[in-house]
Design a binder for this molecule. Structure first.
Ligand SMILES: Nc1nc2c(ncn2[C@@H]2O[C@H](COP(=O)(O)OP(=O)(O)OP(=O)(O)O)[C@@H](O)[C@H]2O)c(=O)[nH]1
Ligand SMILES: [Zn+2]
Length: 227
């Protein structure tokens, strides 16, 4: 199964295609964040038209003053929420450095906001990423960047968790990878079954964390430890 699921190869994207290299008015930005995913690959005009249809269909007047700018706002919002479809989050893991450290590295409580692919409603929570290095480590912020960008896709939590684990395992050649995500799904809290407070936990274990019960228990103990 293709877990990272970009629709094309992004390795050949020109550098300037990453980040908000221009805004809607064609005015150059103050700076270019080369770490940011693309937000310019989304068809804003088609989203705007669709939002007008939705407003009309629910019985609203898309031409009343308060809603005039709403289709454009929603289009920009989707471009932001789905920017991860147009980038390869694993690129953040390309700058690794050598360090003789072979114990657990864990970054906990990385907040994220993703979109459930069934209802296009947000699921929000925290991701915890641990790995056992094999001579190579990566900047800690890069793990958070991977979470931030993988989250910006329509998906289920299970796939998001596995995608992150596979990227870390692959790029760092880690001896073990553990990813745990915990999230609240709006589609379960604000509609449908309406269960506020319910939490979904998913994990993806690779290498030693999957095969060795002691390593698995150690990393889960660190993830669950009181801060
Ligand atoms: N496994 C999994 N399910 C999810 C996730 N996000 C949303 N869902 C579920 O997707 C399911 C979609 O079920 P359907 O029966 O097709 O849609 P529905 O009639 O809107 O379902 P209800 O939410 O029960 O009202 C629901 O049970 C959601 O809770 C996720 O990340 N992982
Ligand atoms: Zn849902």
């Amino acid at each position: 199964m293709e877990l990272s699921s970009p629709k094309e190869s992004f390795t050949d994207l020109p550098e300037e295609s990453c980040g908000s290299s221009r805004n809607g008015d064609g005015v150059p930005p103050l700076f270019i964040d080369h770490n940011a995913p693309r937000t310019d690959a989304v068809d804003l005009k088609r989203i705007e038209a669709a939002v007008r249809v939705i407003l009309d269909a629910v019985g609203e007047d898309p031409d009343r003053e308060g809603l005039l700018e709403t289709p454009a706002r929603v289009a920009r919002m989707y471009a932001e929420m789905f920017a991860g479809l147009h980038s390869d989050p694993a690129r953040h893991l390309s700058k690794v450095f050598t360090e003789e450290y072979d114990e657990i590295v864990l970054v906990r409580d990385i907040s994220f906001c993703s979109m459930c692919e069934h209802h296009l409603l947000p699921f929000t929570g925290k991701a915890h990423i641990a790995y056992l290095p094999s001579g190579k480590v990566v900047g800690l912020s890069k793990l958070a960047r991977v979470v931030e960008e993988v989250a910006r896709r329509p998906q289920v939590q299970e796939r998001m968790t596995q995608t992150i684990a596979d990227m870390v395992e692959d790029r760092l050649s880690a001896k073990g990878v553990a990813v745990v995500c915990e999230a609240t799904h709006s589609c379960m809290t604000m509609r449908g079954v309406r269960k506020p407070g319910s939490l979904c936990l998913t994990s993806a274990m690779r290498g030693a964390f999957r095969d060795d019960p002691k390593s698995r228990a150690e990393v889960l103990g660190l993830i669950n430890r009181e801060a």
